[in-house]
Design a protein around this ligand. Structure first.
Ligand SMILES: [Zn+2]
Length: 275
């Protein structure tokens, strides 16, 4: 375990925000970023991301290699269709890399939303890669360093929270974009919530290590030389989600009734542009 300073502003002034599985998430007083501190060592994080299992402080293994989710394809097809309408209309084919592609659902969504796009995904967990490839979806376990350097778009869909030091990782991604290229990112807005209780689901610490909302993302983007161009927040607290969260809370032994359309939580999409 290592103690760290805020990965966004380097301050060490924090307040405790949440506890889960023996880990503590703190909120940075100056900038509002939420991050796990202390956190597992860098070597442990890399290994966990490859095999999909994290060691929790109370000794239970946390398995995060969720199943393929076909429902994601339609959802991302709509969101990407909306957010890349201009690029779609312009008609020139995009070269797109999806990082942390999982089972390839987002790669499939991009192919459907923008059929002219040359898209490939990379994913460190080998079993996910094999399932994607068996379905004919272009996903490999190449590292980012092994990919090309002329992408129009690099997407990071619900990957940001897994990255311990985004500055170094973000700079590597930026070096793989063409001038004028876009880093397309999705992550939840937990720092914008009034309190932890406003997000009824598990935080999945320490699989998730860092949480940023638009205010933090703006400075993170700037620190890696990108300009925030578009921000689109989507609610996820529909009736089905509310029922699921109610059931999950009961299964965790802390039953509560979760009502739809009452949470401040949003999943936020960002288009960050390289000059
Ligand atoms: Zn900070």
């Amino acid at each position: 375990m290592e103690h760290i300073q805020c990965p966004n502003c380097a301050s060490d002034r924090t307040v405790e925000w949440a506890r889960e599985g023996g880990f503590i998430a703190v909120k940075c007083t100056p900038c509002g970023l939420i991050y796990v501190n202390p956190r597992p060592s860098a070597a442990e994080i890399t290994e966990a991301n490859k095999v999909g299992v994290h060691r929790t402080q109370n000794g239970k293994a946390l398995n995060v290699s969720a199943r393929r989710n076909a429902a994601k394809i339609g959802y991302y097809q709509r969101v990407i269709g909306e957010l890349f309408a201009t690029e779609h209309t312009a008609g020139h084919p995009l070269k797109w890399l999806d990082v942390g592609a999982g089972y390839g659902e987002v790669v499939e969504a991009i192919q459907s939303a923008l059929p002219a796009t040359d898209v490939e995904g990379i994913e460190p967990m080998r079993p996910k890669v094999e399932i994607a490839q068996a379905r004919g979806v272009r996903v490999s376990d190449r590292s980012i360093a092994q990919t090309d350097s002329d992408y129009d778009v690099i997407s990071l869909i619900n990957v940001y929270s897994h990255i311990p030091d985004f500055r170094e990782f973000g700079e590597l991604l930026v070096s793989k974009l063409k001038s004028g290229g876009i880093l397309f990112l999705e992550t939840g807005n937990l720092p914008d919530l009034t309190s932890r209780a406003d997000f009824p689901d598990t935080l999945y610490l320490p699989d998730h290590l860092v949480f940023a909302a638009p205010r933090q993302m703006e400075s993170i983007a700037k620190s890696i030389g990108l300009a925030m161009e578009t921000t689109k927040a989507e609610r996820i607290d529909n009736p089905l989600w509310a029922v699921k969260q109610t059931v999950k809370s009961a299964l965790r032994g802390k039953p509560r009734i979760v009502l739809p359309y009452t949470s401040e939580f949003r999943t936020v999409f960002y288009k960050l542009r390289k000059p």
